[in-house]
Ligand binder design. Structure first.
Ligand code: PEP
Ligand code: MN
Length: 446
């Protein structure tokens, strides 16, 4: 690798890249990538810098992160209503968490780019038929037919346009009055009044109500009430796509992946000598790495050396996904060693991916109680160590789906088939998400 290549966002090309699609037509791929390389950025470098400074506050213990959205976005679901409902759920959760933590909540969607998925196998068998596995709408279709499952590079172009349309809706909703805190609080009051377990949360909702009434009485009308900062994020999985959307910032000469504000590296692609870590090391966006229960402290320290050599708070977040049964064993040693190294990392809890199991009906699901217990363990470990539990990373939707079991609205294993709509992993539905926010708020305050 020569020096110019090393300084460029293409240095990853000489390294093994896990989980990449095998495109049937390289020429068609090249045409799409050429077009994407000259397409307008989806986000701006200055916005990525701003998110990095918000995440620096998370790393310092002065802010809390709420990151959430679908496991896999789909092109069909790019509608104003669906995006609105997801945002509404996230904003409601954020309001509760802001009050409970007395900290600013940094809001980041798994949104506007979360179109590709790492998979455990490369093919899927059904009734003796074997086809390529679904890798997300960016690559192929969910329908189990040879045509749909054949990777099609034109889908990368659709991913770009779907992300642009989604971001446009997000920007309109978060700055156009819809995100007004007083409105968001009214929705939370409706939830408390109408949900079967809402009563439990009456006290918290009433306290928020009184705080808002107090501010109103004082004549305070802060501009922050009327709109909110909201950022996009996704797993940087398909490196051809991410590299095509990587641009040199005219202000500083640094490279930014302008496909989303924040990108993360998944548990399956975080190899130290692999292409994903190399790619992420070349861009200035805030980046995150998912860490599962098999991670060692040495691996975590090596990831810090690669991705945050300057020890810049906000640059790197670790999203741990240990499972409710493991978090209390695995997390303490990891946090201790990383903290002792002097690095300032934002610690985020993904309570979803370590708690997945297959129901008798064949549906992939998660128990709400396991999700909550991992959050509880996360808070316990950080309290014990005197470190900051920086935030939550959740798979959720604003719809009334039945994909995870339990929670206030009590979805049972038998109910899963009723409205199981996820293209990949099971998401918390609207009620389960709010339930989680209220319960996490109580746990944080303990
Ligand atoms: C995901 O976030 O959907 C995912 C695949 O997670 P992980 O990399 O943690 O398994
Ligand atoms: Mn997932």
């Amino acid at each position: 690798m020569d020096a110019t290549q090393a300084a460029s966002p293409h240095s990853w090309r000489s390294l093994p890249a896990a989980q990449q699609p095998v495109w049937p037509d390289e020429r068609a791929l090249a045409t799409v990538l050429d077009d994407l390389a000259t397409a307008p950025p989806l986000v701006f470098a200055g916005e990525c810098d701003q998110l990095r400074s918000r995440l620096a506050a998370v790393a310092r213990g002065e802010a809390f992160l709420l990151q959430g959205g679908d496991c896999a976005e789909t092109f069909d679901a790019v509608s104003a209503d669906q995006v609105r409902d997801k945002l509404k759920t996230l904003l409601q959760m954020a309001a509760v968490l802001t009050y409970a933590t007395s900290l600013p909540v940094v809001k980041v969607g798994r949104i506007a780019g979360q179109y590709s998925k790492p998979r455990s196998g490369s093919t899927e068998q059904r009734d003796g038929v074997e086809l390529p596995v679904y890798r997300g709408d960016a690559v192929n279709g969910l329908d189990f037919t040879p045509q749909s499952r054949t990777p099609d590079p034109e889908r990368l172009r659709r991913m770009y346009h779907a992300s642009a349309a989604t971001l446009n809706i997000v920007r309109a909703f978060t700055t156009g009055g819809y995100a007004d805190l007083r409105q968001v609080h009214t929705w939370n009051q409706d939830f408390v009044a109408s949900s079967p377990i809402g009563e439990r949360y009456e006290r918290l909702a009433d306290e928020i109500d009184r705080a808002l009434a107090f501010l109103r009485a004082c004549g305070a009308q802060p501009g922050e009430f009327g709109s909110t900062e909201f950022y996009s994020s996704h797993e940087a999985l398909i490196l051809d796509y991410e590299a095509a959307l990587t641009r040199r910032d005219s202000r500083t000469g640094d490279w930014y992946d302008v496909s989303g504000h924040m990108v993360w590296i998944g548990e399956r692609t975080r190899q130290l000598d692999g292409a994903h870590v190399e790619f992420a090391s070349r861009v200035r966006n805030p980046v995150a790495v998912k860490l599962g229960p098999s991670v060692t402290a040495d691996e975590a320290l090596a990831l810090i050396d690669r991705l945050d050599p300057d020890r810049e708070p906000g640059r790197l977040s670790f999203i741990t996904r240990m499972g409710a049964g493991r978090i209390r064993d695995v997390l303490p040693g990891l946090v201790e060693k990383v903290t002792a190294s002097g690095a300032r990392i934002a610690w985020i809890c993904d309570p979803m991916h370590g708690n997945t199991f297959t129901a008798p009906s064949g549906h992939k699901t998660r128990r709400f109680d396991d999700v909550l217990d991992e959050v509880r363990g996360f808070f316990e470990v950080h309290r014990e160590l005197g470190t900051h539990p920086g935030g939550l990373h959740v798979e959720l939707t604003g719809e009334d789906v039945t994909e995870c079991v339990g929670g206030g609205a009590e979805v049972r294993l038998d109910d899963l088939a009723h409205r199981y709509e996820s293209a990949c992993d099971p998401r918390l539905n609207r009620y389960q998400s709010l339930d989680l926010a209220f319960q996490a708020a109580e746990l944080y305050q303990e």
